[in-house]
Design a protein around this ligand. Structure first.
Ligand code: PLP
Length: 366
């Protein structure tokens, strides 16, 4: 049994992948070839965002909007501490200060009360509150309306880190349209993954989109050798775009399959452990199926004995990690982040998990 089965998907796509790869290899436009534009069109259509800008990975996809907004030294950017390191790393790289915020114990996403408390902490630290990066952890979009209400008071910019939640929805709106900018990742294990590194930024703001397109290619101006700002080399490879064109075609079907599997887990495990809680009118992309267990090690032992793959995302919140320990944290302690790091674990979750395998996972709990 696989924790995430990329081979089954590759078998399903079969010669479509072979053909897509060969086409690029033969036409030779390896950088910014026609498949990149075609895939960006598909991303726009899928998300409903006005602009979809493909890029090198999900980390650069957060970095570029920060750079475009000129966020840097003296600025505070609020990030949840219970997330993958990239969410806070980009803030520090931009020269700004990440302020760590607690998460909600039900959704595991940015807690709006903690964010509110963070505003006064920023002032105490002498920092300007400039942006907030909510994360759609494990596939569920964060409560963007509650976050927006707070961020609007300070005119803060919202970057929705949707590396895990692309494909989810919030109150009928699709991920890609929730933040002022949205970033996602096509790392192979994400819900929509390529065969290497890839990512995208979404925004309805045309001016911002133009700046991000410039940053993506070394800050280019009207032509390639007139650079008007400091940028990055952050393009998506044509080969990855060609693969993603085939994968996004089956993505809606894969999302449905993930939902079926999540519902089955929910029904079978609800009485035994803490199963995922979705907010009102929210759908998840089910990047992970993550449970909360009072006695996690006992469950890990049961699953390991039954040879069922299981992983802890994440064993340490960022504010307790060596690289991030010195940054400010709201309220001096992030109770829920610390609790979750001690008690969560993720079960096998992918569209190709067979009913027999899923039954095995469930039986291991009983
Ligand atoms: C994977 C991930 C990223 C980074 O994406 P990469 O493509 O690996 O750079 C950022 N944020 C979150 C929440 C992620 O899960």
């Amino acid at each position: 049994m696989q924790f995430i089965d990329l081979k089954a998907q590759r078998e399903r796509l079969g010669s479509k992948i072979d053909d897509a790869l060969l086409k690029v290899v033969n036409h030779g436009k390896y950088i910014m070839g026609p498949e990149v534009t075609e895939f960006e069109g598909m991303l726009k259509e899928f998300s409903g965002a006005k602009n979809a800008i493909s890029c090198s990975n999900g980390t650069d996809a957060i970095t570029m909007p920060l750079m475009a907004k000129g966020i840097g030294r003296g600025d505070a950017v609020f990030v949840p501490s219970f997330t993958f390191a990239a969410t806070a790393e980009v803030v520090a790289l931009a020269g700004a200060t990440p302020i760590f915020v607690d998460v909600d114990s039900k959704t595991f996403n940015l807690d709006d009360e903690s964010l509110k408390a963070g505003l006064s902490l920023a002032k105490e630290e002498g920092l300007m509150a400039k942006a907030v990066i909510p994360v759609g952890l494990f596939g569920q979009p964060a409560d963007i309306d509650a976050i927006k209400e707070i961020s609007d008071e300070e005119s803060m910019f919202i970057i929705d880190d949707a590396a895990q939640s692309f494909g989810g929805t919030y109150k009928g709106r699709k991920v890609g349209t929730l933040g002022d900018a949205t970033s996602t990742s096509f790392f192979p294990a994400k819900p929509l993954g390529c065969y290497g590194d890839g990512g995208a930024v979404f925004t309805d703001d045309d001016e911002l989109a133009d700046i991000i397109r410039s940053i993506r290619v070394h800050g280019k101006g009207d032509h390639k050798y007139d650079n008007v700002r400091i940028g990055l080399n952050a393009r998506l490879d044509t080969i990855q775009a060609a693969i993603l064109i085939e994968k996004i075609k089956i993505f809606p079907d894969e999302l449905e399959k993930r939902q079926v599997i999540a519902s089955l887990y929910n029904n079978a495990l609800r009485e035994v452990v803490g199963v995922p809680n979705l907010g009102n009118d929210v759908t998840s992309a089910w990047a992970q199926y993550t449970i909360v267990a009072e006695d996690r090690s006992a469950i890990q032992e049961k699953l390991n004995n039954a040879k069922i793959p299981n992983v802890v995302y994440y064993p340490l919140p960022l504010h307790q990690q060596t690289a991030y320990r010195h940054y400010p944290i709201v309220g001096g302690k992030l109770k829920t982040c610390e609790y979750l790091a001690q008690h969560v674990m993720s079960l096998p979750m992918h569209p190709y998990l067979s009913p027999e395998d899923q039954e095995k996972v469930i039986e291991a709990f009983l």
